[in-house]
Design a protein. Structure first.
Length: 289
C-alpha cells in the first residue's frame, strides 16, 4: 500500500465545515466581502487556460481555503490520464495550492477522444488495476493525495464482481487516495439499481474508514420517464431532496463533521442562495461537534 500524505499543505487547510461550490458568476460576491461559508470548491477545467478568470481565482485562493474538483482525468481509461490534461492540472495545482484535489471514479476519454459525460466502470479486478495505476500516476505527478468521488450510475454492468463500497475500499488500500462521498450520487445510484439507499450507505460506512472520507457532496437530481419506466438523473440543478438530507445526517452522525457542500451546476442560483444552502449544511455538521 502507498499511503500519500494528507492534503494539508495548501495555502489554507479546509476546515471541518460547510463550503460553497463556487462558479465564476459568484466571484463578485466573494470580492464584495459577503462570504459566510468557510471554504470554496471550483472546477479545475474552468481555469486550465489561464487568463483573467484564473487571476481572480488566485486572489480568492490567497484568502480562502480552496478545493479543486476536476472532471477530466478519466481515471478508468486503460490508456491512462492524458498527458496534456494532467500537465495543465499540475500547473494549476502548483499555482493555486488548494487543500484538496478531486476527480471522479469514471472514464470519459478513449484514443484521444473526449466524451461529454462521466461514464461508469464495471467493478471488477481488471478495472480496479487500471484505476489504481492511474491514481498512482496522478498522485505522483501532483505530489499529493487525490480524492475520488463515487459516481451516479444508471444501469447495472453485468461483469461487476464487487460492490461499489468494496471497490472504493480497495482503491484506498492500494493507493492511499481519499474518498469524496457524494450522497446524492449514492441515492441516485441505489434508487436506479433498486437498492435501498440506506443499505448502500451503510455498506460504504462499514468499509471506508472515517479518516478516508475527505469531503462530502450533496446536490439535486431529477426524474425522467421513458417507455413507462423512470430514472433519476444527477443534474445538479435543483434543491437537495429530503431523503438525501437524511442520508447526509446519517453520515455525519456516524463519521463526524467532514468538509461538505451543495453542488449547483445548472440553473445556478444567486450567491446568497448558495450561502443559505451552506448554512443548512453547517447546521447538520454542527450537531456532531
Amino acid at each position: 500500500m502507498t499511503r500519500m500524505p494528507p492534503a494539508l499543505f495548501g495555502r489554507r487547510p479546509i476546515p471541518l465545515a460547510a463550503g460553497i461550490g463556487l462558479r465564476p458568476a459568484h466571484y463578485d460576491g466573494v470580492f464584495a466581502g459577503r462570504p459566510t461559508a468557510a471554504w470554496f470548491e471550483v472546477h479545475a477545467e474552468n481555469h486550465m487556460t489561464g487568463g483573467q478568470l484564473t487571476a481572480r481565482l488566485l486572489q480568492i485562493a490567497s484568502s480562502h481555503p480552496l478545493s479543486l474538483h476536476a472532471v477530466g482525468l478519466s481515471l478508468g481509461s486503460p490508456s491512462g490520464p492524458e498527458e496534456y490534461h494532467l500537465s495543465r492540472l499540475a500547473e494549476l495545482v502548483n499555482a493555486l495550492r488548494p487543500a484538496l484535489v478531486s476527480d471522479h471514479l469514471s472514464w470519459s476519454a478513449v484514443d484521444g477522444i473526449h466524451l461529454p459525460d462521466l461514464l461508469p466502470l464495471p467493478y471488477t479486478e481488471e478495472a480496479l488495476r487500471v484505476v489504481v495505476r492511474n491514481i498512482h500516476v496522478v498522485q505522483d505527478r501532483l505530489c499529493r493525495r487525490l480524492v475520488v468521488e463515487n459516481p451516479s450510475r444508471y444501469l447495472s454492468l453485468p461483469d461487476s464482481s464487487m460492490s461499489e463500497a468494496d471497490f472504493f475500499a480497495e482503491l484506498v488500500l492500494r493507493t492511499g487516495c481519499g474518498v469524496l462521498l457524494d450522497v446524492n450520487n449514492l441515492y441516485v445510484t441505489a434508487t436506479n439499481m433498486g437498492t435501498p439507499p440506506g443499505a448502500q450507505l451503510n455498506d460504504f460506512l462499514a468499509k471506508i474508514a472515517p479518516e478516508d472520507i475527505a469531503e462530502i457532496h450533496l446536490a439535486g437530481h431529477m426524474s425522467v420517464s421513458s417507455s413507462g419506466s423512470s430514472l433519476l438523473v444527477d443534474h445538479h440543478g435543483s434543491a437537495v431532496c429530503s431523503e438525501v438530507w437524511e442520508l447526509f445526517e446519517t453520515v455525519v452522525a456516524d463519521v463526524g463533521p467532514v468538509p461538505s457542500l451543495v453542488e449547483w451546476d445548472t440553473h445556478v442560483p444567486s450567491f446568497e442562495a448558495l450561502q443559505a444552502e451552506a448554512a443548512t449544511v453547517q447546521s447538520v455538521l454542527s450537531l456532531a461537534l
